[in-house]
Design a protein around this ligand. Sequence first.
Ligand SMILES: Nc1ncnc2c1ncn2[C@@H]1O[C@H](COP(=O)(O)OP(=O)(O)OP(=O)(O)O)[C@@H](O)[C@H]1O
Ligand SMILES: [Mg+2]
Length: 433
Amino acid sequence: VASKVITDVETVDKFIASSVGEVVVELLTVIGVAIILLYLNWQLALVILLLNPVTIFIFLRSFRNVGEMKKKENKSIERFQNTLTESLELYNQIRVQNREKHFLETVDKQAKEIRDRSYLFGLKSEVALELSRLLVFYSHDVFKAIGIFLVLTGSLSIGVMLAIFSYAWVIMKPVDKLINFIHLYYNAKTAMERLNQIMALEKEPFYEAKVDPFKNKTSAVIRLENVSFSYDGSKEVLQNINLEIKEGEKVAIVGKTGTGKSTLAQILIGLYPISSGKIYYNEVEIQEVGYEKVRENVGFVLQAPLMFNNTLRFNLTLGRAYEDEVIYEALKVAQLFDFVDGLEHKLDTIVGKNGTKLSGGQRQRLSIARVLLDNPKVIIFDESTSSLDNATEEKLLRDLDAYVKEKTIVTIAHRQSSIENAHRVIDLSQVGT
Ligand SMILES: Nc1ncnc2c1ncn2[C@@H]1O[C@H](COP(=O)(O)OP(=O)(O)OP(=O)(O)O)[C@@H](O)[C@H]1O
Ligand SMILES: [Mg+2]
């Protein structure tokens, strides 16, 4: 989508480039005709030759003003593109955190800003155009009046006057061309209207929330019935999975790399639709619950968590309003409090593009903290402590234990140390058929 916007801008640029040649030709015409006019009657010629630059000058003045607006509009477009690109890149993280609405609203707001600015710009440019058109006509009338006056006083013959009038029209043409050229340029900006198409961004299927199985519960029963899933429609990554995780149970999922552990976690919150079988939360099928409700109640720490090039606070809250105290509480559990507290700008520290200013372990703990903040009833951790040293992991798991006592927890891990607290260990390679 972003590239479409760029193409639009390119179209406009190309238009200018191709028109420059024409402007040069027109200029040469003006010079030629000016010489003839000066030869025919230099006084009258000066009148028209001076009137035209005055017109153009006034026109350019108003155009420069309009140009400022164009700059503002471009700034809006740039801002919009950045938000859009990042939102698209981090779309899955946004979905996981149930923040689609917020991000679409931001994109929408910025798109509207562009629309408003381009409208204002269009309006002003239209006024500038009409005004300069008027000026051209008036100056020509003045010129004609002087010509007729000169004929009446006998200092000019009717024949020469008519000749000068027709040559003057030749000069008028480039002026009008220039005005037209800029007007066409304004019109090229209607390419901006395509931005509206972005509003039609393809969204995932929406399922109306019919029943809320999480209401008045502190955790949930998760049940999978003959669940199969394939990314490409042919090779099945998950085959006939039958599984039940009880209320408040802490389950560990193991299995060798590539068996589909992360895939299982993702279909549990509806990131991908399953090809067959059923998923139930508290005995209500996932589609009846609606993905939004599911993600509100089922927290998920992605194996490769994504970060926005924004503050720690934003990455933790994704735009939701939380008290600093609450944020620090979550950071403590995630063993990140000391780190954040030691930063000069604390929660307002920028993490860099995709969190490059953080270590792998800090990123993992940050994404744990952000899931804790949302206080969901089920949490899925996908290799969330794999980058931590043993001592830090142990502390984190201990603090986490108290925090998630009532919740249903699914931990995916390779390391034995990460799953020591689990009530039950499920080997995914043994679950399917
Ligand atoms: N987005 C995707 N598109 C297509 N295939 C995918 C996608 N994600 C994973 N796969 C494939 O699905 C299979 C299961 O991947 P998955 O990530 O679920 O494994 P995993 O058990 O989590 O492995 P690991 O322990 O290494 O994290 C792999 O063969 C992988 O190549
Ligand atoms: Mg995985």
